[in-house]
Design a protein around this ligand. Structure first.
Ligand SMILES: Cc1cc2nc3c(=O)[nH]c(=O)nc-3n(C[C@H](O)[C@H](O)[C@H](O)COP(=O)(O)OP(=O)(O)OC[C@H]3O[C@@H](n4cnc5c(N)ncnc54)[C@H](O)[C@@H]3O)c2cc1C
Length: 398
C-alpha cells in the first residue's frame, strides 16, 4: 500500500507539493481552508531556476500558454526616470540557464499546477476544510480538521502560508514580523493603457524609500504593477488584500519622476498588502521534525525583493518529491533529507531579499553609490547565477 501524505494549504506551494508527492508514489490528501481555490489578482516573476522545475514536471507547454517571457530587465531611477542598467532576459536567459525568465498571473500559475494535480489519481483535494492541529502517535500523524474530524497519514506537510498553524504547532516561534513596507498592486489590461505605458519587459524603478516594478502577464495581455512604499500598516496584517487609498500612494510618489507618476495615475484601482516576513531559516530542524515538514511561506516567508517566494516553494516541492521517493528510508529521515537540502538556500534567498529591500529603498549617499554601481556594472549586478543555476538542493546551489 502507498504511503499517505497530508498537505495543509492549496496555494502554489501546497499544489506543487501535492504534485511532487504524487510523482514520488505517495497518496495525497490536500486540505485547503478556503471554500474555493483562488489566487488573488497579482503577478509573479519566475526565474529560470523555477521555470526549469516546472519544465521537469512536464508543464512547459501549459506555462507557455499563459505566461509572458520578457525580453529584458530594465532598472530606472524613480527620481529622474533615467535608465540605470539593463539585463537581457529572453533568449539570453535560455542560453545561460537552460530555461526562460517568465512572468505570470498568480491565478494562471495556480491553474497550471491545479490542472496537473487534477490528473493525478492519487491526489484527493478537500476544499473548505482546514487543518487545525496535529499530533504524532505510533509512527503516524493524526490531524484534526476544522470540521472536527481526525485523519491519519504517514506525513504532514504544512504549506499553509505566512500565518501557518502547522508552524505555530511545530516551532512555536511566534507570529511573523511586520516589515513596515506596504505593497500597492494592480493588474491592468495593456489595451486600456496609452501605448507609451504598455510594456513587454520587466522594469524596476528604484527610489528613496520606495520602489516599483511593472511587467506583462497573461501572454502580455495584462500588465502587473506593484509599488512598495515604507509606512505603517493601518489594516489587519493577517488579511492580505485591502482596497487601497490611491491618494496615499500618490502622496508617497510626490517626489518621483513624471513617467512613474503618469503610470501610477493610469491605474483605476489599487489593492494594498502590508508585508510581513521572518528572519532567515537557521537550521534544517526549522523545516522538518519527525513526520512534519514545512514548505513555502510557512517555512520561509520572505520580502518580495528577489521575486522568489513562490519560486522557493516550487523548488521545495521538487526536493520534497526527491526525498519522499527514497523508499528505503524511514519517513522522518526522508523529511530530514528534504530539510537538509533546502534550508540553506531558502535562508540565503530570504537574506538576499531583505538586503535588496535596503538597496532598492536607499537614501542619501548610499542611493548615489547604488545608482553609480548600476550604471557601471549593470548586468553583473543584476544577473544572479547562484540563484538561477541552482537546482533546489543546497549542495549544488551554494
Ligand atoms: C507583493 C508581493 C510580490 C510577490 N512577487 C513574487 C514574485 O514575483 N515571484 C515569486 O516567486 N514570489 C513572489 N511573491 C511571493 C509569493 O506570493 C509567495 O511566496 C507564495 O505565494 C507562497 O505560496 P504558499 O503556497 O507557500 O503560501 P500561500 O499562497 O499563502 O498559500 C497558503 C494556503 O494555505 C491555506 N491555509 C492557511 N491555513 C490553513 C489551514 N490551517 N489548513 C488548510 N489550509 C490553510 C490558505 O488559504 C492558502 O490557500 C510575492 C509576494 C508579495 C506579497
Amino acid at each position: 500500500m502507498n504511503k499517505q501524505v497530508l498537505i495543509a494549504g492549496g496555494g502554489i506551494g501546497g499544489l506543487a507539493a501535492a504534485l511532487g508527492a504524487s510523482r514520488a508514489g505517495w497518496d495525497v490528501r490536500l486540505y485547503e481552508r478556503a471554500g474555493a481555490f483562488s489566487e488573488v489578482g497579482a503577478g509573479v516573476q519566475l526565474g529560470p531556476n523555477v521555470v526549469r522545475r516546472l519544465q521537469a514536471w512536464g508543464l512547459q507547454r501549459a506555462l507557455q500558454s499563459v505566461a509572458a517571457f520578457p525580453e529584458r530587465l530594465q532598472v530606472r531611477s524613480a527620481l529622474s526616470g533615467r535608465e540605470l542598467a539593463v539585463l537581457p532576459l529572453g533568449a539570453d536567459a535560455v542560453q545561460r540557464y537552460g530555461a526562460a525568465y517568465a512572468t505570470v498571473h498568480r491565478a494562471d500559475l495556480h491553474g497550471v499546477l491545479l490542472a496537473a494535480v487534477e490528473t493525478c489519481e492519487s491526489v484527493q483535494l478537500n476544499l473548505g476544510l482546514g487543518i487545525e492541529r496535529h499530533a504524532e502517535a505510533n509512527g503516524a500523524i493524526l490531524v484534526r480538521t476544522t470540521r472536527g474530524k481526525d485523519v491519519e497519514g504517514d506525513a504532514l506537510i504544512g504549506a499553509d502560508g505566512l500565518w501557518s498553524h502547522t508552524r505555530v504547532q511545530l516551532l512555536g516561534d511566534g507570529p511573523p514580523r511586520s516589515t513596515g513596507h506596504l505593497a500597492y498592486r494592480a493588474i491592468v489590461p495593456q489595451r486600456a493603457l496609452p501605448k507609451a505605458l504598455r510594456t513587454r519587459q520587466v522594469t524596476a524603478w528604484l527610489g528613496p524609500r520606495l520602489h516599483a516594478v511593472q511587467y506583462p502577464v497573461r501572454r502580455g495581455e495584462l500588465q502587473n504593477i506593484v509599488v512598495i512604499v515604507q509606512g505603517p500598516a493601518r489594516q489587519d496584517l493577517q488579511s492580505w488584500d485591502h482596497a487601497a487609498n490611491a491618494a496615499d500612494l500618490k502622496g508617497a510618489l510626490a517626489g518621483s519622476c513624471s513617467a512613474l507618476q503618469t503610470l501610477v495615475r493610469s491605474v483605476p484601482a489599487w489593492r494594498l498588502w502590508p508585508l510581513s516576513d521572518r528572519p532567515p531559516v537557521r537550521s534544517a530542524a526549522q523545516m522538518a521534525q519527525g513526520l512534519v515538514a514545512l514548505l513555502g511561506d510557512a517555512a520561509h516567508p520572505m520580502r518580495p525583493y528577489l521575486a522568489q517566494g513562490a519560486g522557493m516553494a516550487i523548488e521545495d516541492a521538487a526536493q520534497l518529491q526527491h526525498a519522499l521517493a527514497m523508499h528505503d528510508l524511514e519517513v522522518p529521515l526522508r523529511l530530514r533529507r528534504y530539510a537538509l537540502n533546502r534550508w540553506e538556500r531558502n535562508a540565503r534567498v530570504q537574506a538576499r531579499s531583505q538586503r535588496n529591500g535596503r538597496i532598492f529603498h536607499a537614501t542619501g549617499p548610499v542611493r548615489w553609490g547604488r545608482d553609480a554601481a548600476l550604471r557601471l556594472l549593470g548586468p553583473r549586478l543584476l544577473d544572479l547565477p547562484w540563484l538561477y543555476r541552482g537546482d533546489g538542493s543546497s549542495a549544488s546551489s551554494l
